[in-house]
Ligand binder design. Structure first.
Ligand SMILES: Cc1cc2nc3c(=O)[nH]c(=O)nc-3n(C[C@H](O)[C@H](O)[C@H](O)COP(=O)(O)OP(=O)(O)OC[C@H]3O[C@@H](n4cnc5c(N)ncnc54)[C@H](O)[C@@H]3O)c2cc1C
Ligand code: SF4
Length: 487
């Protein structure tokens, strides 16, 4: 512990943002990281409590008190090693993790919690800046071949761990670039894509082969993005590789079956967001969905909806409104009741701050338009009793809507992919595999494992990294009889 009285002396300092007027002009990241002096003070706020709840609150179990202390002492080199010992990609989580660790911080019971995420961000940025993040190729090869299907954070974490254990790893990705939702989905202003490119270079130097625009499977549905130019059947993959990791995400979107759904101008969020990622990467996108000058309604109050808000405002939308079916959560959590768990409370994202009307307990009844194009949305207010939703009588209202984005989450992974591998599904349609005991992460299909959103359902980047790491260990054990990879 760096400074015994630090938590009594210093206030929490958040990373600051460029002002909305500046950041709305482009798609660049706008978070201003802590300076070394600020990070030292924030590190000093850590109490190094006997039981570090933050470590347990973090899905990858980052060893947070240790790096807080190391940052307080200015020892970034060792802090980086400690951080990397549990997290392959802290530059992703340091930018876009919602930081459940901070909800679990003991200091948070009575004061503002330690600014863990901003310290993580600082450590990894220092690491890249000083050239400390270098390839770690294995000292020997095992002669075993592993295929990873999907290049999101789960697939990347699994691939990096397995390559470092000496296996020959090939990552197959149906998109034209590596990264999963980190690449196509999460806007560049939350995480610039150069962070993925540097990791891909590092992983290639460690022996990972990436094959993009390749779909593994059969009968892919039309409502999910698929830019593959080549298809490989699962049985061929199983023949050619000693083990297969399915890390294809949870891509089937939840639809809104209301009259008018078929009108032009009503899109899934994942039709809209990846297009802007592509344009930012320098690609030409034919008939890009543009919010410029339009009245935009986003249906769904989560992260994806918030990303539609931020992107629409960067396009120059005339207005942006976001509806959520659930009631408005309380502004502050009841700490003694919920700590150290992730609380339900009102969350206002940087995109909301840039301009957006938000409304809760609203259900869309129908969409109307002329000439096949959406023009308005008709909604009503709802109330919730005993988990059941009921329409508030006489509460119907309408609003102008030139563009409607459906951002109500994802139902499950693409079923045809799991079926093509003959993988059993759980009750929610995810790949069925347990996370502990013998045979963890192993599916019902021979030598096929599953990790990330494809196994647990839609979740978070940090959970995908955890599952990718743990799955890699399970695969290594399966191939070699034992494993030295961390759990
Ligand atoms: C818009 C949006 C914003 C989000 N924002 C955040 C955030 O701020 N913070 C956060 O922590 N989480 C966020 N999430 C959630 C997070 O992105 C996911 O939980 C995480 O990316 C899941 O990782 P994954 O590796 O399991 O799957 P994914 O990232 O979904 O990657 C799966 C990859 O597999 C590929 N694939 C699928 N099937 C096949 C196949 N048959 N053959 C070849 N390739 C295939 C897909 O093309 C995709 O690239 C967000 C999600 C969305 C949609
Ligand atoms: S990965 Fe997320 S939960 Fe873990 S320390 Fe970083 S911000 Fe916290």
């Amino acid at each position: 512990m760096g400074k015994i009285t630090g938590f009594m002396e210093f206030q929490r300092q958040e990373e600051s943002y460029l002002p909305p007027a500046t950041r709305l002009k482009n798609y660049a990241e706008f978070v201003i990281p802590l300076t070394n002096e600020q990070a030292k003070i924030q590190g000093a706020r850590c109490m190094d409590c006997g039981i570090p709840f933050c470590n347990n609150g973090c899905p990858v179990n980052n060893i947070i008190p240790d790096w807080n202390d190391l940052v307080y002492r200015g020892n970034y080199r060792e802090a980086l090693d400690t951080l990397h010992s549990t997290n392959n990609f802290p530059e992703f989580t340091g930018r876009i993790c919602p930081a459940p660790c901070e909800s679990a911080c003991t200091l948070g019971i009575s004061e503002d919690p330690v600014g863990i995420k901003s310290i993580e961000h600082k450590i990894i940025d220092e690491g890249w800046e000083h050239g400390w993040v270098v390839p770690q190729p294995p000292s020997k090869q095992t002669g075993k071949k592993v295929a990873v299907v999907g290049s999101g954070p789960a697939g990347l974490a699994a691939a990096q761990q397995l390559a470092r254990a000496g296996h020959a790893v090939t990552v197959f990705e149906k998109a034209d670039r590596v990264g999963g939702l980190l690449r196509y989905g999460i806007p560049d202003f939350k995480m610039e894509k150069s962070h993925i490119d540097r990791r891909v270079k590092q992983m290639e130097a460690e022996g990972v082969t990436f094959r993009t625009s390749v779909l593994i499977g059969k009968d892919f549905p039309a409502n999910v993005n698929n830019w593959a130019k080549e298809t490989i059947f699962p049985e061929d993959l199983q023949k050619d590789f000693d083990a297969v990791v399915l890390a294809g995400g949870s891509e089937s979107p939840r639809d809104l079956p209301v009259p008018g759904r078929e009108l032009k101008g009503v899109h899934f969020a994942m039709d809209f967001l990846p297009q802007q990622n592509k344009v930012n990467a320098g690609d030409k996108v034919k008939d890009q969905i543009k919010a410029t000058g339009k009245h935009v309604v986003v249906i769904g109050g989560g992260d994806t909806g918030s990303d539609c808000v931020g992107t629409s405002n960067r396009h120059g939308a005339a207005s942006v409104t976001q509806f959520e079916l659930m009631p408005m959560p309380p502004e502050h959590e009841n700490k003694p009741l919920v700590w150290p768990y992730w609380p339900t409370k009102l969350r206002t994202s940087s995109s909301h701050e840039e301009g957006c009307e938000r409304d809760w307990a609203v259900a869309t009844k129908r969409l109307e338009g002329k000439g096949g194009k959406v023009e308005k949305l008709i909604a009503c207010r709802v109330e919730w009793k005993d988990g059941k939703m009921a329409e508030v009588p006489n509460s119907e209202f309408e609003m102008k809507a030139d563009l409607v984005f459906l951002a109500m989450g994802f139902v499950s992974p693409v079923a045809t992919i799991l079926d093509a591998f003959a993988v059993d599904k759980d009750a929610r349609g995810n790949a069925k595999a347990s996370t502990d005991g013998d045979g963890c992460y192993k599916t019902s299909a021979a030598k096929v494992f599953a990790a990330g959103d494809m196994r647990r359902g839609q979740s978070l980047v940090v959970w995908a990294i955890r599952e990718g790491r743990q799955c890699a260990r399970a695969v290594d054990e399966f191939l070699m009889g034992s494993s030295e990879l961390p759990r």
